[in-house]
Ligand binder design. Structure first.
Ligand code: MGD
Ligand code: MGD
Ligand code: MO
Length: 702
């Protein structure tokens, strides 16, 4: 490495020469870690992607997936030219066309629809790249200018985000690096080894220094088995557990009365609520031994008694259920009860994203809406919404869908309906992609997009507090173009003449944080740390309306909701249906990133094939043996998959590991065939892990 020169020049200086150079970039994937990358380029070809050793959060280490990034970028199935559908929808039959032909025809089709009602056009995007520029910058401008429907981007974290905001005031929390100094780490609803590896490094450091690690997860994940204790509760019962912990903290007076008095709101009411949640009551709801709940409370309480830092790494796995917002609220109250926030290694971290001063208005230019207020479509209910006719309450029938940075046919719930919607012959669908995904199969036009190695971007993070810059390491492959460029060229063809449509990507990178981040620091070292206090709430000053940690939320009460956190049973609670007696969760596989990387053979080989983990007791009751094909079904559909009898599954809960492309599944379907379009208590979020099923040894007929 020492003989390599690290490139800190502009894209135009991209190495085409024989001397290897390293280009600093940022991992674009939807992951809390947002790593700093070093890409080695020889003769204009990226030969290696490594973690940047100079970036403290990355520490020179990458996950298995991204360390194979060149395999993804140079994949033989990369889309390298625009394609036009020639077969029936979904058949995946396309012919190559020029950019000119594709963009002119797309613009003509969109103009015709917009002339009737631009809201009949719907953008659909999520976090295929987390980049501020290749995400919603030029795309946002384009759809605002068009007056298209708005998209509620809720598919991942909005329930927890709202719960956190109603309690702490924003998506804020502990600094991840200080977990290394904690004496107790509760990993709550997170498979950190799989999905937050760089946090796990800090947890390991704490463990070596004597910290106790406890994992709260229905599944015995890779992380759970490496912690001192695993608490395998039923899905969607976390608020009950948190309230019982409060009950025990109160009973034993493990409370920081001074912190509560000075920095919280609604203590008397929360106390009364918590006293209704005896450990016995919670044990029955959570499906846990009562002693396990008492011992967790003791561990947390003893940190208060002994003045030792207790840290909670909360993650989004526990909020994909009906009561997800309330559950996050309940857990987020805990550190204020014991004053854990006083120490920089105490408190809770769910997401740090609210700490970044992203200037979304500068990127997306909401003024281009020119006073129009288009309707909003929730991305979770795309299945139902594509099948709706025009009506006064819904607005116009969806006539066109433009998909980028997302693979909805694979990842959206209740895929039976999603597929039916995408298959509509009267729907005009454009998909910007790297690969021929399940969604691209239903497109009228597939447009080839560049990967992170080929374009500029700038990144915030949700698991640390550094801004990262991504420089292109190589020229775009084939005829691929950055998302920004595709929307720029479409804007021209639509006749949008505003000057903001000619901003180049470097200008957009600079606009993302304006003068709040020193761009020259980003250019020089690839990352820049936000200047933040080490212990954000040691002295209170929460970014809530009251400035306190809001146990009671006036804002929720004003919306007619419960002002206090409570346990809300799942829409489909374990044990509530004789017909569908098993609860199913579908957490991500370690070697995939949602549905990204499923087509990278070396990673797919590690996951082998789609599987359903089932506990021996539930398997025996159904005559299911490990390795046999089973049918998992409920009122929404059925899914055939290989069963794995495994102690990773607890009794009563099956784990349908995600998120396989449908076309790699046995009957061309995946686990989302079974999940529902119900929403969470707050934030209009998805309930992927709130889903009842039955499993049958023999394939269903008919
Ligand atoms: N390798 C890898 N990394 C990823 C991803 C990936 O697909 N693969 N996805 C990325 C994305 S988009 C996100 S949002 C994050 C997701 O990462 P996390 O926020 O950690 O969420 P999940 O992985 O969905 O779930 C974490 C754990 O929660 C458990 N869980 C399920 N239901 C419940 C419940 O009701 N209560 C509790 N306590 N636990 C529950 C699951 O079994 C799982 O082990 O990770 C990101 N990182
Ligand atoms: N059953 C079940 N379903 C789930 C989940 C679950 O745990 N269980 N998790 C949910 C969660 S947390 C999330 S975040 C969503 C994730 O859903 P999505 O955000 O749709 O994530 P991916 O499946 O990774 O698909 C992203 C796509 O974007 C493409 N892409 C990447 N970069 C670019 C780019 O620069 N330009 C363009 N045009 N395309 C690009 C990739 O090739 C990929 O196909 O899935 C949700 N669905
Ligand atoms: Mo996510």
């Amino acid at each position: 490495m020492s003989n390599l020169q690290i490139l800190s020049l502009g894209a135009s200086d991209m190495s085409a020469g024989a001397v290897p150079v390293q280009v600093r970039g940022a991992c674009p994937h939807d992951c809390p870690d947002t790593c700093s990358l070093l890409t080695t380029v020889e003769n204009g070809v990226a030969t290696r992607v490594q973690g940047n050793p100079d970036h403290p959060q990355t520490g020179g280490v990458l996950c298995n997936k991204v360390s194979r990034y060149t395999e993804r970028t140079y994949h033989s199935e990369r889309l390298l030219q625009p394609l036009r559908r020639v077969g029936p929808k979904g058949a995946g039959k396309f012919e190559a066309v020029s950019w000119e032909a594709a963009l002119s025809d797309i613009a003509a089709r969109l103009k015709a629809i917009a002339a009737r009602n631009p809201e009949a056009i719907v953008p659909y995007s999520y976090a295929g790249t987390m980049g501020q520029v290749q995400g919603e910058s030029m795309a946002g401008r384009f759809f605002n200018r068009l007056g298209a429907s708005l998209l509620d981007r809720t598919i991942c974290s909005s329930a927890g985000g709202e719960g956190l905001t109603q309690t702490l005031g924003a998506k804020v929390g502990m600094r991840v690096e200080f977990f290394a100094e904690a004496r107790l780490i509760i990993i709550w609803g997170s498979n950190s080894i799989g999905s937050n590896l760089h946090f796990w490094r800090y947890a390991q450091q704490a463990k070596r220094d004597g910290a106790r690690l406890i994992c709260i997860d229905p599944r015995k994940s890779e992380t759970a088995e490496k912690c001192h204790e695993h608490i395998a509760l039923l899905p969607g019962t976390d608020a009950a557990l948190a309230l019982a912990l409060m009950h025990e903290l109160i009973s034993h007076d493990w409370l920081d009365h001074d912190y509560i008095e000075r920095h919280t709101l609604g203590w008397a009411a929360l106390r009364e609520r918590a006293l209704q949640w005896s450990p016995e009551r919670a044990a029955a709801v959570c499906g846990l031994p009562v002693e396990q709940i008492r011992s967790l409370a003791r561990d947390y309480g003893q940190c208060f008694v002994n003045r030792q830092p207790a840290a909670i790494r909360l993650n989004y796995g526990m909020q994909r259920v009906r009561g997800g917002g309330n559950a996050v609220r309940a857990v987020a109250c805990l550190p204020a009860l014991t004053g854990a926030w006083r120490h920089r290694a105490g408190g809770v971290l769910l997401s740090s994203s609210g700490q970044f001063p992203v200037d979304r208005a500068a990127l997306q230019r909401p003024e281009l809406l020119a006073g129009r207020q288009p309707r909003t479509i929730n991305m979770i209910t795309i299945g139902d919404d594509l099948l709706r006719e025009s009506s006064p309450s819904f607005g116009p029938k969806v006539e066109a869908l433009i998909v980028y940075n997302s693979n909805p046919v694979t990842v959206a719930p209740e895929s039976g309906k999603v597929v039916q919607g995408f298959a509509r012959e009267d729907l005009f669908t454009v998909v910007l992609e790297h690969f021929q995904t399940d969604t691209a199969d239903y497109a009228d036009y597939v447009l080839p997009a560049t990967t992170q190695l080929e374009h500029w971007d700038v990144h915030s993070a949700y698991g640390h507090t550094d801004v990262l810059l991504n420089r292109p390491a190589i020229a775009p492959l084939g005829h691929a173009k950055p998302n920004t460029q595709i929307f720029r060229e479409l804007a021209t063809r639509m006749g949008f003449t505003e000057s903001c449509f000619s901003d180049d990507d470097e200008t957009l990178c600079r606009a993302a944080f304006g003068d709040k981040v020193d761009f020259s620091e980003l250019l020089d070292q690839g990352f820049a740390a936000l200047k933040l206090p080490e212990a954000p709430f040691a002295g209170g000053r929460f970014p809530t309306p009251s400035g306190r940690c809001e146990f009671f939320s006036e804002r929720l009460a004003a919306l007619g909701l419960d002002g206090l956190p409570d346990h809300l049973p799942n829409h489909e609670a374990a044990g509530s249906s004789a017909q569908f007696p098993l609860a199913m969760i579908s957490p991500p596989a370690r070697n995939f990133l949602n549905s990204s990387f499923v087509n990278v053979k070396s990673l797919r080989d590690l996951e082998v094939e789609p599987r359903l983990e089932i506990h021996a007791r539930d398997a025996a009751a159904r005559g299911i043996s490990s390795g046999s094909i089973v049918t998992v079904f409920n009122q929404r559909g059925e899914y055939r998959v290989k069963a794995q009898v495994s102690n990773r599954a607890r009794p009563g809960v099956v784990n349908g590991m995600g998120i396989w492309w449908r076309k790699f599944g046995l009957d061309g379907s995946n686990v989302n065939q079974l999940t529902s379009q119900h929403l969470t208590d707050m934030g209009r979020g998805p309930v992927f892990y709130d889903c009842l099923v039955e499993v049958q040894a023999e394939p269903q007929t008919g």
